[in-house]
Ligand binder design. Structure first.
Ligand SMILES: *Cc1c(COP(=O)(O)O)cnc(C)c1O
Length: 404
């Protein structure tokens, strides 16, 4: 408990004898105030990292918001019936996103697996028990060839086979009695079928559609866009720009499919989803993160990001030949501003790649990127107190390389 909170609870509690004894006994107050903060990074020798990049799984995703941590801490002291909690959290999230139903999954990858499982088994208890080893031909999931990516292994883990298609005609022809679902990777670089045509073909053949938009907020509107478009299931990661728990995610859409997905998940002892349990605190935390994200002033946040790039840029441009510009990634993933910095190698004798390495190896350790002739400094994941730290460190490294 923070000192402030101790004081607050002291002031609202009745001043009982026991409390008086505690308060006057050596020092409930001084003890709390003086208690050294336990630093688990230090205790375990883990290097804290400043993320001047984008949300990356290997870098622990995102930093949870205070209101998410509050949701986690404040719910940790009581048990809950997980069926009821899932009903209530899922119901509330569905209401917030204007969809029939929703659930919290252990990340978007889990949502892809559970969504596929739902399309394969429906609510059939026998099939749920057998997945991924169903008898008969393998279930098939349609994907565009150019949409194949690392995460589609979450689809094949269910036993389903991915059928690659190019163009709407090929998609229509590929659909057969084994087809259970069609997956659209929203941030794919190329598509041979538009969202609309994809939906049209799938709907004509009554095949459920799944959209993976894991990293596709901002803009916040994307949380509403794809269910409106007609996708039956949609997923977003919780631990990216929504700043929920890293291992949480959202799956939402058609009620019958969410019901089936839940039957394939914990606390149901379903073989396919049971190892992907989401704990009580993460469910509350994911709800709190979504609520906070929806209620945020996104214009203000965007303006703050732009200001960050200006602040860092201005500091770097005091060096010879350094030019900076704010670049907004067109998305759909990571659609936000970053700062690009470049310089004349005859004036500053180092490369963006070398600067990235020096930043990473320095103290504090800072993760940034390089792209072509530019150093790319991400600003959206910096804590406010880290903006000057990053600007200062980059400037220091470049300054050292200035050719006299
Ligand atoms: C991050 C990501 C995932 C996986 O999301 P998790 O929440 O980490 O499970 C899936 N698909 C895409 C496109 C992603 O960017």
């Amino acid at each position: 408990m923070k000192r402030r909170n101790v004081l607050k609870s002291l002031s609202i509690l009745p001043f009982t004898g026991a409390l008086a004894a505690r308060a006057s006994s050596k020092n409930i107050l001084t003890e709390v105030a003086a208690a050294p903060k336990r630093d688990l990074f230090e205790e375990l020798g883990v290097t804290p990292v400043i993320n001047a990049s984008v949300t990356m799984t290997f870098l622990s995703g995102s930093l949870m918001l205070p209101e998410v941590l509050e949701a986690i801490n404040s719910t940790a002291h009581d048990f809950a019936n997980m069926y009821e909690l899932q009903d209530k959290v899922g119901g509330k999230i569905a209401e917030m996103l204007n969809v029939e139903a929703a659930m919290v999954t252990s990340g978007a990858a889990c949502a892809m697996l559970l969504g596929t499982a739902a399309c394969i088994t429906g609510t059939d208890a026998e099939k749920i028990k057998m997945l991924p080893n169903l008898p008969g031909p393998r279930p098939e999931v349609i994907m565009q060839k150019s949409h194949r990516y690392l995460f589609d292994q979450a689809i094949s883990t269910t036993g389903a086979k991915i059928m690659e298609v190019e163009g709407a005609d090929e998609m229509a022809k590929a659909i057969n009695s084994n087809t259970v679902m069609a997956l659209f990777f929203n941030a794919a670089e190329k598509s041979s079928i538009t969202h609309q045509d994809f939906l049209k073909v799938a709907k004509a053949k009554k095949i459920p559609t799944f959209l993976d938009a894991a990293a596709d907020v901002p803009p916040v509107e994307n949380l509403f866009k794809f269910q409106k478009m007609g996708f039956d299931l949609v997923t977003f990661s919780g631990g990216k720009m929504m700043r929920g728990p890293q291992s949480a995610g959202l799956l939402f859409g058609r009620k019958d499919l969410i019901t089936a997905a839940r039957l394939n998940h914990s606390p149901h002892e379903a073989p396919i989803g049971r190892p992907m349990k989401v704990n009580k605190e993460e469910m509350f935390g994911m709800y709190a993160a979504l609520k906070s994200y929806l209620e945020r002033d996104h214009k203000k946040e965007w303006a703050d990001w732009l200001q960050r790039t200006k602040t860092i840029g201005a500091k770097l441009e005091t060096l010879p030949s350094v030019k900076t510009k704010t670049v907004v990634d067109p998305g759909p993933a990571n659609a936000f501003p970053s700062l690009f910095a470049s310089w004349d190698k005859a004036k500053i004798g180092t490369s963006p790649r070398e600067v990235v390495k020096a930043l990473k190896d320095g103290t504090p350790s800072i993760v940034a990127n390089d792209k072509g002739d530019s150093l790319v400094i991400g600003v959206v994941l910096l804590r406010p107190d880290q903006i000057d730290v990053v600007a200062g460190r980059v400037k220091e490294i470049l300054q050292k390389a200035v050719i006299a």
